[in-house]
Design a protein around this ligand. Sequence first.
Ligand code: PMV
Length: 310
Amino acid sequence: MAQASGKVLLFGEHAVVHGIPAIAAAIPAGVQARTSGAERHGLVLRAAGSPAEVARAEAGDGSRLGDALAALLAALPDTLPATGLELTSDLPFGAGLGSSAAIAVATARALDQRYGLGLDEDALFAAAMAAEAVFHGNASGLDPAVALHGGLLRFERGTPPQVRQLRCPSALELVIAQVEAGADTRRMVEGVAALRAAHPGPVDALFASIAAIVASAEAALARGEQERIGALMDLNHGALCALGVSTPALDAACHAARAAGALGAKLTGAGGGGCMIALVPSHQAAQVARALQPGSLHLLRTPLTGMEKP
Ligand code: PMV
């Protein structure tokens, strides 16, 4: 059995695609993969706790999942015999919590274990990136990096990407709420690229502002300054609104969380729907969760520290 965790993007989504650093944390939910015999390469995806299939695909069948599997297999150093993959996820799909990268990393790990490929982290990352490029188009690589390494990470796109573990001395508690169905990440990333092409000066100024937010957040995390971290989340949400990736429902959920006592709130991931996160003082967590519950498809309360490698 192989596994990989999902993530929340704390700071820097979208700007990270354009070379700005971002900060993300693994969450205690993810994807498990096991291999089985098969006549063709293929996979079956189920939600944890349910025998029903969410999706089924064969490598290269023209579906995004099937084409991602084909790309992952092509990026491996060896040609493998036909293999079936059984994937179980306790992450909501397409909600901005990194489900596609967790699928890719868990799949690469399962194949590595099954065939003794001896893949190191760079080779696992390369295989997962090949799949992620099919899912996301111009993917930064942040999601596969968190799925692979776990923990609290600063990530900067590049060849190779720069990945650094961060430490935060105080226990941060997040409420994560899926407030509506997620949008297509690829479409959201393309939307920001189109906005940048139309208005390069203003959009680059927003990216520079997000870079400053990320740098301040790194310092605030290192000192465990919760109120400052929360305020920076609010600022980052504002910049994401300006980039056109928030929605009325995400904005309303952020307002509701702040009114219920959150220190800060923002959308997380690609936006256009999906999830928001709120940083909460422990004694306010239940109140914030209650304020978000009515509109939430999925709600998770999680401490940020103590998220270890899967
Ligand atoms: O919504 P998610 O989990 O797919 O997050 C995507 C993060 C982006 O910055 C929007 C895209 C990327 O590849 O970094």
